[in-house]
Design a protein around this ligand. Structure first.
Ligand code: HEM
Ligand SMILES: [Cu+2]
Length: 648
C-alpha cells in the first residue's frame, strides 16, 4: 500500500464521509461502468440479477435439450437411440440442471433485480458478497457439467443420489469414475452460493427497507423472497452434511452409507429429503410471489387477503420441514412414522389451497386485462392446482405405494415444477421486461408463445398420469412393446417437441424485443409496487433519485393517488440525501471473482484426487477473500444536482 496515503478532497459541500486512503494498484477498486470489466467486477444488484438470469436461461435450454433426448428415446418401445448409461446421465443431469441451474437461479435473478427495488433500497446489504454468490453459482454449474466433456461421463446416479448407487462399488465401468464426485462437489459449491445469497437477502429485507415500509407493507414477492431465503439457510445444512459424508465415503474410505461396514443407506434418504422437500418449496414460493404481483396488476384490484397470503406462505415454509419422509413411504419406516408423515403432508395442502382461494378472490370482480404475463399467471393457477391435487393423492401412503417410482409421480412434479414454477417465472420475465429493458414484448407473439408452450406442456405430461397408473416405471431407458404404453409415450414425445418449439418462440421473441421491440414508459402496466417508480428504464445505477417514503401497502398506487404528499416526501428525502453528501454507492471489486476462480481450481483438482492442486486452489480462494477484506469498503457519491459523480 502506498506509504504517503493521501486523502482525496471531498470537494463538495456537506460531505461527511471519512477521508479515503489512496491505495496500491492491487487494492484499487475498478470503476469501469460499461464493457466486460464492468460485468466481471460488478456489485450492482441489477447487473448481478441479469447475470443470474442469462445463465439460468442458458441452462434452461441445456436442460430442455437433455429432456428432449430422453423423450426421443422413450418415443417407441425397445428404442436403441441412446445407450442405457447415457440415459442415466441424461435424466440425472436434466433434473439437476433444471432444479439447481435453471429454476433456482432464475428465481435468484428476480430476487436480485426486483427485491431491492421493491423495498426502495439502492442495493443489497453486502454487494460484493452478492457478486461472489453469482460467481460461485457459475463455478458449481461448470463443475456439474464437466462430466459431459471427459471420459468418466456426467453424473449418473439420479438427482437424489440415493445410496448405494453413489458408492464407489456402483460407479460406472471406468475404474477412476469421477462422475459422482462431480455431482457431490458441484452441489456443495451451489449450496455455498445459495446460502451466501440468502443471508444477503435476509439482511437486506430486514435492514434496508425504505422509511414507512413495514413488514406488513412488503410486496408479496419480497415476502416470498424472505421465506425462501430462510428455507435455503435451514435446509441446505442437511444436504451439506450428507454430501460431506458421501465425499468421505468415496474419497477417504469411510462407510456412512455402506451396509457392508455398518453404514445406513436410509440415512442418506433422510438427510437428502430433509433438504429435498423444503427444496421443492424453494422452487415454488418465488413463483407464488411473482403470481401475487401479476394478478392484482391485471385485475386492477389490490391482492385479496394480503396477510393471509403472507402467513400461508410462512406456514408452507414451516410445514415443509415436517414432511420429508413422504418421499420414503415405501422404505419400511413403520406404521406410526408413515401415518404421521402422511397426515402432515395432507396438512400442507391447506395453506396452499388458501393461497389459491386468495388468488381467485383477487380475480373475482376485477377488470381483467388478458396480457401475456397475465396469461402465463393464469396458466400457473390452473396447472399448479392440478399438480397439487396429484400431490394430495400420493400423500396417502397406500396410494403412494402404487404410484411411487411410476410415471404418475413424474406427471405430478412436472405439473408443479413446469406448470407452476416455470410458468410463473416466464410470466415474471414478460411482466418485468419493460422495466428491465425499456421495451415490451408484442402481445401477439407473447400470446403465441404462451399457447404453444401451454399446449405442448399438457400434451407431454397429462398422458403420464395414465402411464403411471398403468404401471410404467420411472428411470427406465426401454420398455417392451406389449405393455400398453406405446401410444401415450408417442403422444408425450410429440408434446415435448411442441413444448420445445414453444420455448424456442419465447426465446426468439425475447431476443427480438430486446433489440427491436416497442419502447415503453416506466409504468407500463399501471402497477402498484415501488420497482415501477424508478426514474428511467432500464433503471439508473442508483435506482431511485430519492429514496421513497412509504405510506401504504400498495406504495406506488398510493403515490399515484396522493400527488401532493408524494412531492413533499420527495423534497424531504432529497434534502436528507444532500446532507449525507449525495447518493452513496458501493464500488466494484475483482475479488469475488478471484475467490470463485480459486474455488473452481480447487474443486477440479479435488475431484481428480490431486490434493496439491486442490490446496493451491484453496490458497487462491483465501487470498481472494483476504484481499477483498483488505481493499476496504470503498464507495462513491452521485450528485443529481450537477449530474457529476465523484469517485473515491
Ligand atoms: C399440495 C402440495 C404437494 C403435495 C401434497 C405433494 C406431495 C408429494 C409427495 C407425497 C411426493 C412423493 C411421491 C413419491 O415419490 O412417491 C411428491 C414428490 C415430488 N414432488 Fe410434490 N407435493 C406437493 C407440491 C409440490 C411442489 C410445489 C413441488 C415443486 C415445485 C413438488 C415437487 C415434487 C418432486 C420434484 C417430487 C419427486 C421427487 C423425486 O422422487 O424425485 N411437489 N410430492
Ligand atoms: Cu416432498
Amino acid at each position: 500500500m502506498s506509504a504517503q496515503s493521501q486523502t482525496q478532497s471531498a470537494g463538495h459541500a456537506g460531505h461527511a464521509a471519512a477521508p479515503v486512503e489512496k491505495r496500491s494498484w492491487l487494492l484499487t477498486r475498478p470503476t469501469a461502468k460499461t464493457g466486460i470489466i464492468s460485468w466481471l467486477t460488478t456489485v450492482d444488484h441489477k447487473k448481478i440479477g441479469l447475470l443470474y438470469g442469462m445463465s439460468a436461461l442458458f441452462f434452461f435450454l441445456v436442460g430442455g435439450f437433455e429432456a428432449l433426448l430422453i423423450r426421443l428415446q422413450l418415443a417407441v418401445p425397445n428404442n436403441t437411440l441412446i445407450s442405457h448409461q447415457l440415459y442415466n446421465e441424461l435424466f440425472t443431469m436434466h433434473a439437476t440442471t433444471m432444479i439447481f441451474l435453471a429454476v433456482m437461479p432464475l428465481s435468484a435473478a428476480f430476487f436480485n433485480y426486483m427485491m431491492p427495488l421493491q423495498i426502495g433500497a439502492r442495493d443489497v446489504a453486502f454487494p460484493r458478497l452478492n457478486g461472489f454468490a453469482f460467481w460461485v453459482f457459475l463455478v458449481g454449474a461448470i463443475v456439474l457439467n464437466i462430466g459431459w466433456f471427459v471420459k468418466s461421463g456426467a453424473p449418473d446416479a439420479g438427482w437424489f443420489g440415493y445410496a448405494p448407487l453413489t458408492s464407489t462399488a456402483y460407479s460406472n465401468q471406468f475404474a477412476k469414475d469421477m462422475s459422482t464426485d462431480l455431482w457431490v462437489m458441484g452441489l456443495q459449491i451451489l449450496g455455498v452460493s445459495s446460502v451466501v445469497g440468502s443471508l444477503n437477502f435476509i439482511v437486506t429485507i430486514i435492514n434496508m427497507r425504505a422509511p414507512g415500509m413495514t413488514m406488513m407493507r412488503l410486496p408479496v414477492f419480497t415476502w416470498m423472497t424472505l421465506i425462501t431465503a430462510f428455507l435455503i439457510i435451514l435446509s441446505f445444512p442437511a444436504i451439506t452434511i450428507a454430501l460431506v459424508e458421501l465425499m468421505m465415503d468415496r474419497s477417504f474410505g469411510t462407510s456412512f452409507f455402506d451396509v457392508s461396514n455398518g453404514g445406513l443407506p436410509i440415512l442418506w434418504q433422510h438427510l437428502f429429503w430433509i433438504f429435498g422437500h423444503p427444496e421443492v418449496y424453494i422452487l415454488i414460493l418465488p413463483a407464488m410471489g411473482i403470481v401475487s404481483e401479476i394478478l392484482p396488476t391485471f385485475a386492477r384490484k389490490p391482492l385479496f387477503g394480503y396477510p393471509i397470503i403472507v402467513f400461508s406462505g410462512a406456514t408452507i415454509g414451516f410445514l415443509g420441514f415436517g414432511v420429508w419422509s413422504h418421499h420414503m413411504f415405501t422404505t419400511g419406516m413403520g406404521t406410526v412414522a408413515t401415518a404421521a408423515f402422511s397426515l402432515l403432508t395432507m396438512a400442507i395442502a391447506v395453506p396452499t389451497g388458501v393461497k389459491m382461494f386468495n388468488w381467485i378472490g383477487t380475480l373475482w370482480g376485477g377488470t381483467l386485462r388478458m396480457t401475456t404475463p397475465m396469461m402465463f399467471a393464469l396458466g400457473f393457477l390452473w396447472m399448479f392446482m392440478m399438480g397439487g391435487f396429484s400431490g394430495v393423492m400420493h400423500s396417502a401412503a397406500p396410494a403412494d405405494a402404487q404410484q411411487q417410482d411410476s410415471y404418475f409421480v413424474v406427471a405430478h412434479f412436472h405439473y408443479v415444477l413446469i406448470g407452476g414454477s416455470v410458468f410463473a417465472l416466464l410470466a415474471g420475465i414478460q411482466y418485468w421486461f419493460p422495466l428491465i429493458f425499456g421495451r415490451k414484448v408484442s402481445e401477439a407473439w407473447g400470446k403465441t408463445s404462451f399457447w404453444v408452450i401451454f399446449a405442448g406442456f399438457n400434451i407431454t405430461f397429462f398422458p403420464m398420469h395414465f402411464l403411471g397408473l398403468n404401471g410404467m416405471p420411472r428411470r427406465t431407458a426401454v420398455y417392451d412393446g406389449n405393455m400398453g404404453w406405446n401410444e401415450a409415450n408417442m403422444i408425450a414425445t410429440i408434446g415435448a417437441l411442441i413444448l420445445g418449439v414453444g420455448v424456442a418462440i419465447y426465446f426468439c421473441v425475447m431476443v427480438y424485443t430486446y433489440f427491436k421491440g416497442e419502447k415503453t414508459t416506466h409504468d407500463e402496466w399501471g402497477a402498484r409496487t415501488l420497482e415501477w417508480t424508478v426514474p428511467s428504464t432500464p433503471p439508473p445505477e442508483h435506482n431511485f433519485d430519492v429514496i421513497p417514503t412509504v405510506h401504504a401497502r400498495d406504495a406506488f398506487w398510493y403515490e399515484k393517488t396522493h400527488v401532493e404528499q408524494t412531492a413533499k416526501d420527495k423534497a424531504a428525502s432529497a434534502l436528507a440525501e444532500q446532507s449525507h453528501g449525495g447518493i452513496h454507492m458501493p464500488s466494484q471489486s475483482w475479488f469475488p471473482l478471484v475467490a470463485a476462480i480459486g474455488l473452481l481450481i480447487g474443486a477440479i483438482f479435488f475431484v481428480n484426487h490431486i490434493m496439491i492442486g486442490a490446496i493451491a486452489g484453496g490458497v487462491v480462494m483465501f487470498l481472494g477473500v483476504y484481499l477483498w477484506a483488505a481493499e476496504g469498503p470503498g464507495g462513491y457519491h452521485i450528485h443529481l444536482d450537477d449530474k457529476n459523480s465523484k469517485k473515491h
